[in-house]
Design a protein around this ligand. Sequence first.
Ligand code: DP6
Length: 403
Amino acid sequence: MFILAHQFAGVVELVDTLDLGSSAARCESSSLSARTTIFQYYFMSEENFIANNFTNLPDTSSYTWSSPSNIALIKYWGKNKNQTPKNTSISFTLSNSRTITTLELNKKSKADNNILFDVYYKDKKIDEFKPKIDLFFRNILKYCSYLKGYSFKINTANTFPHSSGIASSASGMSALALCIMSLEKDLNSTMKEEYFYKKASFLSRIGSGSACRSILGGINLWGKHADVEQSTDLYSIKYPYEIFKDFLDYNDTILLVDTEAKQVSSSDGHTLMKNHIYADKRYKIAQKNVIRLKSILKNGNLHSFTSLIEEEAMMLHALMMTSNPSYVLIKPNTLKIINSIKSYRETTKIPICFTLDAGANVHVLYPKEGEKKVELFIESELKEYCKNYSFISDKVGKGAVQL
Ligand code: DP6
């Protein structure tokens, strides 16, 4: 079955392969150069990701991956039943905000459909994440039937504070998916590196949509777009066009305005897009914004970047505020920060801007050039609006690594 899947995948070898696992920092370069393009698997369909009938299951095994969070520039907001997106999204992979997950496996006496696992956060057993992980396992069994042969212990930890209000589902689900792929790689030693990462992204997506954009470094794109040849709803791809150098190490300082759990989960937010009066318009605008961003990423017009990124952030929250029922996730201090960033940009002409997730925290995006000035501004004027004066200094990173 698995070999067939590869035949259908239409593998085109372009340059030399990297040995899986030996390349800790992957796909760092921005352009689609021959150096970064290792294998091109065109036409990957769901069937290509079905890996069954392995007989050589090891009795025990353990894998550890560190996977980053990501921040969307063009937002994913609205999805189909199978967790495919209603529009294309594009994100920066982050560097410091990560989840580190170890997956330990023990072979069951007999493989069955019962998913047996325990979850630990920093070695302490917790049940809070279990329902989401249980659903994830059940949803990926079709593609990873070898999982039926094991019981699992999942030990996970975030590098960012546990109650920081930073969504850990992108980093958490991608770290777990990568551990599962390491097992599959052990069962199938001929697996190519590109297949490994595509399936890791595919599985991550099933866990949490935005998680599929956390596997590779730099800039990632998820969701079919008529003008982006290799784009697909099934998994995320490395952004395939030219990128102006400033975007390769862009800063993202995350201001922690509110560290409480959100009143509305992202999943519920996506659901409210179903009957949303602006849904169709939003999906069209998002596809157009992908094209706008493509030209900005190429020409490096940072002031156009600030306009587009802030439009996207405000549109996301405008959609929440106009859904039925409606909800407001930004807080008074979010607005103070937004206004302060706008007037600082106006006065200094430094191309600093903000973006938002589905919450009150503010991501402050700015280039390396002039970063010292912006850091002073954050210290002296923005920090006071954060809970306990806390923020996380992050930037565009290199993607997930196996430990
Ligand atoms: C606002 O990926 O958390 O951060 O697929 O239901 O798990 P699920 O949702 P999730 O949604 C993320 C929404 C967002 C925008 C984005 O990251 O693109």
